[in-house]
Every structure is written in C-alpha cells, then in structure tokens.
Design a protein around this ligand. Structure first.
Ligand code: NAP
Ligand code: G4F
Length: 418
C-alpha cells in the first residue's frame, strides 16, 4: 500500500503532538502547520523533529497561520495530503471572551479557509478532513447526556465560532461531496495540556505547592462538571473516523462526569494529601487535614495540617459558564470500535506525577542557579547557563530573581493563569 500523507493544523498543541506520534507510528508521512512565534512553541513535538538532511525524512513542519488563506492553499497544493486533521484553534474559552474577533477569525473563518484550500488545490475528492469540534457546542445543555442529536446552545465566543466550524464542515460534506467529519470531543487532558486549562493548572499548582514553590492555588468555579478523558484516546478516535467508509459526526466522550473539586481531590490523593473543602462561594477553601507521603524522599513535600492550599478567585469566573457536560459516545463505540483506555483516577495520577517531576527539575535548576549566582561573576554564570548574557543581564544581577533561568512557560504564582 502506498504511504499515506497527513497534514495536521495545530500540531504544536496538546492534541497535535499525540496525533503526530500516532500517525508516525502507523507509517504516515506527517506534515504540520506551525505559527511563527518569538519564543519556542514546539516543545511538545521536539522529540519528533527530523533534520531536513535526514534520509527518508517523514516529519515536516511548515510555517503558516489559519488567518492566511493563500499560505494554506499553497501548502495543500505542495503536500497533497490524503488526510487533513484540523486541530488549530484559539482553544481557550475564557480567553475567547477577551478576544472574540480573533477567535472567530481563527476558529470559524480559519476552518472555512482550510476547506476552501482543499477544494482550490483540486483535492476535494481525494483528501479526508477531520475537524476538532467540541462539547462546548452543547453549552447550556438541553438534555443529559449529550449525543450527536442533542441541540447545541453555545455559551462563549469560542463555542459560537466552533458552531460555524461544525456546520461549514457538514456543509462541505453535503454540498461539495467531500469526506468531512466532526469529532464532537468532550474535554481531554494529559501532562501536555496547556497550563491555563483547569486540570493542568491544578496538577501544576499542587506540584508547586508540594515543593514549596507556591503557597496556594487560586481557581474559579469549583462546581463546574466535565467529562474528562485522555487526549491520546481522543486522537485514536480522530484517526479511526477518517478510516471509515463514510464520513460522519461523532461524540467522543468517556460517559463519566466529575467536578473541578473532584479533580483537585483526586490529584491530592495521588500525593497522599487529605483535603477538606470548607466554606461556600468566594469563601470556599481547601484545607489539608492529613498527609500520607507516597513519593520518594527527594521530593519531600512542604505541607502542614490546616494549611489552605486552594482558594476561589472571581477573576477566573466566566461571563457565561458551561456548568455541566456529560457525553454519550455509544455511536463511536459501535461504529469505530473505540473505547477510552484511561480512567479519571489514572488521568489525574499521570498528570500529577508528571508535574511533580517537572516541579522537582525546576527546583534543581533554581537552586543551581542561585548557587552559581553566589559563586560566580556574571559572565561566568551566564556561560555556565549556556545563555546570552545580554538577554538576562537584569535577572543575573538580582540573585533572588531566578525566573529567567527557569522554563519560560511556568508561572509559579498561578495568579495570571486563566
Ligand atoms: P491547544 O493545545 O490549545 O492547541 C491549539 C493549536 O492551535 C496549537 O498548535 C496552536 O499553535 C494552534 N493555533 C492557534 N491559533 C492558530 C493560528 N491562528 N494559526 C495556526 N495555528 C494556530 O489545543 P488542544 O487541546 O490540542 O485542542 C486541539 C483542538 O481540539 C482545538 O481545535 C480545540 O478547540 C479542540 N478541542 C479540544 C478539546 C480539549 O479538551 N482539549 C475538546 C474539544 C475540542 P501555538 O502552539 O503556536 O499556540
Ligand atoms: O479547563 P477549562 O478552561 O476547559 P473548558 O472551558 O471546558 O474548555 C476546554 O474543553 C472544551 C471541550 O468541552 C474545548 F472545546 C476547549 O477548547 C477547552 O479545551 O475549564 C473547565 C471548567 C470551566 O467550567 C471553568 O470555569 O473549569 C472551570 N474552572 C474553574 N477554575 C477553571 C478555573 N478553568 C480555568 N481555565 N481556570 C481556572 O482557574
């Protein structure tokens, strides 16, 4: 069989990285769209990178943007993919209230641009198209659980933009005869989840607290309920959808629902913490009531009984909330033979342990940096850190400011997270 060629938009994101791994493992040639950015945005796929001089290169990255239709058409003409997985999006619901026009441009019109690029490249009858639709479409849910035929009621600029993207995908299937599918995916998480989504904010925050790098985690609506699965499982479903004889729209979900509070409790249990939620509304807090260390002594946690480690901050409330989501993936199970393989407790454990390891690594770097700052002159220290002295001159002069030596994506206060 000839080798299949796939094009992934959003390859640098959580899902894109798992999908790229999956397709490479299946022998695909994988092309991904990446945005130009002033700081690195390829950490999730750096392990897949292949030098252009590698013989028989199978992994390619191309600069582009969902806002640039000529770029998309040019890439489609050049790559001639058998399968397009459209994952690129401004995917943060809270941020979409602040950047509604940008969100609509990238999410809604961006999807149209990509579909038109496939058509203009003469690939309408060859290329199969997967769109990462979302359970946010159900928003103010009209029935429980949500299925393929449950009416949509979007509650954010993000969801409204995804509603257009959903229907334009259906329209290109019906009007242009293209093989186009919507995977109506419920929340899916992993250690690669962006740090401002609530699950990762929790695992990251608890790990930082455990290592004494942060006193408390500030969150918004603890009552929100979600159907949380593992991103790897959801990308398996996306691939399966494009291998079917007919294109269709399917719900991808675990069928189990937990609250934000449950997610905190489950992560806390992983590290042997007993928590009690006390108070109500803005005054609600999570207090440590017991501690039973379950991980190695190198990572000795900094907990004390009675310590408040979660508080509510209204800045993380949304202008309109999606209170509850619960999916029924019976159709996907029946037609794709798909099953989620990671349950809620396993997901929390995987994320928590990964973030503990990360927090531990950061502490080692921070301590080494402080040590070097004390021992060395500035140029020597910069050389040891392998960095350009000019860039970090201010940080190096201030021994307490080690943030410049830490991975740039981490914000140990948790305060600026959405
Ligand atoms: P993510 O981690 O936020 O990744 C989004 C990707 O889109 C990143 O690669 C990002 O690039 C890229 N992107 C953003 N704006 C772009 C633009 N203007 N042009 C080109 N690329 C752009 O999201 P995810 O969790 O992997 O989700 C993947 C898709 O599934 C998204 O469409 C999301 O809306 C949808 N979805 C996700 C979930 C979920 O629970 N994860 C559930 C349902 C649907 P940078 O890395 O440069 O930012
Ligand atoms: O983790 P979240 O930001 O994810 P949300 O809004 O459900 O959206 C994610 O899943 C969608 C699928 O349903 C995707 F389409 C979308 O792209 C994205 O991947 O928030 C989950 C819940 C919300 O109810 C939010 O209000 O957690 C609540 N929450 C409570 N405190 C918080 C926080 N969310 C965030 N981000 N930060 C908080 O501090």
């Amino acid at each position: 069989m000839p080798q299949k060629v796939a094009f992934i938009t959003g390859i640098t994101g959580q899902d894109g990285s798992y999908l790229a791994e999956l397709l490479l493992s299946k022998g695909y040639q994988v092309h991904g769209l990446k945005r130009r950015s002033s700081s690195l945005n390829t950490q999730r796929i750096d392990h897949l990178y292949q030098d252009p001089h590698t013989p028989n290169q199978q992994f390619f990255l191309h600069y582009g943007d969902m806002a640039d239709s000529s770029n998309l058409t040019h890439l489609l003409l050049k790559i001639q993919p058998d399968e397009v997985y459209h994952l690129a999006a401004q995917s943060h619901v809270a941020v979409s209230f602040e950047t509604p026009e940008h969100t609509a441009d990238v999410v809604a019109v961006g999807t149209l641009r990509l579909l038109e690029a496939i058509r203009h490249a003469g690939l309408a009858s060859k290329t199969r198209f997967f769109h990462a639709a979302t359970s946010e479409l159900y928003g103010l849910v009209q029935s429980v659980p949500q299925r393929e035929n449950t009416p949509f009621y979007p509650r954010s600029p993000y969801a409204a933009a995804k509603l257009y993207a959903y229907w334009i995908t259906v329209n290109y299937r019906e009007a242009q005869g293209m093989f186009c599918c919507n995977g109506i995916m419920f929340n899916h998480e992993s250690p690669r989840r962006g740090e401002t989504f609530v699950t990762r904010k929790i695992s990251r925050g608890l790990a930082s607290i455990a290592l004494g790098q942060q006193p408390c985690l500030y969150l918004g609506n603890l009552d929100a309920k979600r159907d949380w699965g593992h991103a790897k499982d959801y990308m398996q479903a996306a691939w399966l959808m494009l291998q079917q004889p007919h294109a269709q729209d399917l719900v991808i979900a675990t069928g189990k629902q937990y609250s934000v509070r449950d997610f905190i409790q489950s992560c806390a249990q992983t590290i042997g913490l007993e928590l009690s939620f006390q108070g109500q509304g803005l005054a609600e807090v999570a207090i440590i009531t017991g501690f039973n260390p379950r991980f190695d002594s190198n990572r000795t946690p900094n907990f004390s009984r009675g310590q408040i480690i979660v508080r509510v901050d209204p800045r993380y409330f949304r202008p309109a909330e999606v209170d509850t989501l619960l999916g029924d993936a019976a159709q996907a199970k029946q037609q794709l033979g798909w099953q989620p393989t990671t349950d809620f407790a396993q997901l929390c454990q995987e994320m928590m342990l990964a973030d503990l390891t990360l927090a531990h690594q950061e502490r080692v770097i921070k301590n080494a940096t402080l040590h070097l700052a004390g021992l060395c002159s500035e140029p020597v220290m910069q050389q040891a850190l392998g960095r350009d002295a000019a860039i970090d001159r201010n940080a190096a002069q201030e021994p307490n400011n080690v943030s410049a030596a830490l991975p740039q994506h981490h914000n140990p206060t948790g305060h600026h997270h959405d």
